[in-house]
Design a protein around this ligand. Structure first.
Ligand SMILES: [Fe+2]
Length: 308
């Protein structure tokens, strides 16, 4: 099945190739209810390094098993404070029913996690597929003018309500763990941990901040570049951000559409089965979601994230 989506040659050519790629990234349990053992963890790590994501299917699963799995990949956990907590490690994914554009998790924050993990406790029978897109494939498929353009640093800016930014600071600052402990000084200390950020708090307690980031991330081992950022992503829980290149040039709609087209051609769709657990290299592979069809309660997806 060839798509008529673009006159260009699609990066992923056919439904067969799509399926092959999904299977290459899937570890299937050898027997029913098999626990995730050390051998599986080793293979998952190899796969994650090789292609940027791995799916574990058919294994014994519950929130504890998911947390244990994630702990093999992350020593420090990062939470999205806008989400409801599911247990100590994981949070529920709750982001409306519309399709969600490709993004790296927390890509508009100063410290995006290295790894993001999802666990499908209950899977929708139709729609709601998670989309996965290898930023290395996007970068390699980009025309030269786009590669050069996105080699520049970018600046994202937006205003955050007091409760959200304070929870974020409380979670990220090494000396505190409660939003009530957040002061102007603690905010400034966190800002100082990563150069290129500025923030001002207004009379309503909202934080207007600007963050400089690189839309292309370079793998420290292979040197391979990946288009990995949140430019195409959602802002379900937050005000939509503004993007510009360093120096003030705005990200125009046409460029964004060009990138979205290219990304769509590199995108794989993962149709969840109950108990599926996925680990994603958040410095390389972007994720998103097709629209939820039917009752959103038919789907229970849990997210965890963290750094090595
Ligand atoms: Fe996400």
């Amino acid at each position: 099945m060839h798509s008529t989506y673009s006159k260009e040659k699609k990066v992923i050519d056919s439904a067969t190739e799509h399926l092959e790629r999904l299977l290459q990234n899937t570890l299937i349990a050898r027997q029913e209810n098999q626990r995730v053992d050390q051998d599986t963890i080793t293979k998952a790590k190899q796969q994650l390094q090789k292609s940027g994501w791995v799916l574990l299917r058919g294994f014994n699963h519950d929130l504890e098993a998911f947390s244990a799995l994630v702990s093999h990949f992350c020593s420090k956990l990062t939470f999205d404070p806008a989400r409801e907590f599911t247990n100590d490690t994981a949070q529920k994914v709750d982001a409306g029913t519309q399709a969600i554009g490709l993004h790296i998790e927390n890509g508009n924050t100063p410290f995006p996690p290295d790894v993001v993990a999802f666990y499908s406790r209950k899977s929708a029978s139709v729609g709601s597929q998670t989309t996965l897109c290898d930023g290395q494939k996007i970068f390699n498929a980009m025309p030269t003018h786009l590669q050069s353009l996105f080699e520049k640093n970018m600046v994202v800016s937006r205003t955050l309500p007091e409760a959200l930014w304070k929870r974020y600071v409380a979670n990220e600052h090494p000396l505190i763990d409660n939003p009530e402990q957040v002061t102007q000084q603690r905010l400034q200390e966190l800002m100082n941990m990563l150069p290129g950020q500025t923030g001002t708090v207004n009379d309503q307690g909202e934080l207007y901040y600007r963050l400089c980031f690189s839309p292309i991330l370079v793998n420290t081992q292979s040197g391979q570049r990946a288009f990995a950022n949140a430019i195409l992503g959602p802002s379900f829980n937050y005000q939509a951000p503004t993007y510009e290149f360093e120096g003030g040039q705005a990200l125009d709609g046409q460029t964004k559409a060009e990138i979205a087209d290219l990304a769509e051609q590199c995108t794989l769709e993962l149709a969840w089965q109950d108990g599926d657990m996925v680990l994603i290299d958040n410095t390389r592979v972007m994720h998103g979601r097709r629209a939820i069809q039917g009752d959103p309660n038919d789907r229970q997806l849990v997210i965890a994230m963290g750094s090595h």
